[in-house]
Design a protein around this ligand. Structure first.
Ligand code: DGP
Length: 109
């Protein structure tokens, strides 16, 4: 499968890796939208949030975020999961954007 994030997870292409465990990797976003902007992905390929098939997969992805935030010294952050093209998803391997270091408005628009 020609998936850029699978290639990052498998170390076939380089990334600025922040975190790795058996199930998940986190790395800095190539086009940061905040002073701190990284992505958390499962190593297993799921196209989007709609394809996640187990509670464990959700837990694997989301439970590492506070640990990484603590490691990076960030307390406040925004998490975003774009799901589907019209919602802004451009890479079809589920990923959670984690952004910090600036103020975020709400509603997001
Ligand atoms: P989204 O639009 O939600 O699908 O976000 C995809 C993000 O992935 C976007 O912010 C840019 C980032 N990205 C795309 N290709 C690469 C890559 O090869 N390396 C890294 N580090 N980030 C990438």
């Amino acid at each position: 499968m020609d998936c850029i994030f699978c290639k990052i997870a498998n170390k076939e292409i380089p990334s600025n890796l922040i975190y790795e465990d058996e199930k998940v990797v986190a790395f800095y976003d190539l086009s940061p939208q905040a002073p701190v902007h990284f992505l958390v992905i499962p190593k297993k390929h799921y196209s989007s949030l709609n394809d996640i098939d187990s509670k464990e997969a959700f837990a694997d992805i989301f439970s590492v975020i506070p640990k990484i935030a603590e490691k990076l010294g960030i307390k406040d952050y925004r998490t975003v999961v774009n799901t589907g093209e019209s919602a802004g998803q451009s890479v079809f391997h589920i990923h959670v954007h984690v952004m910090a270091g600036r103020e975020f408005k709400w509603p997001a628009g």
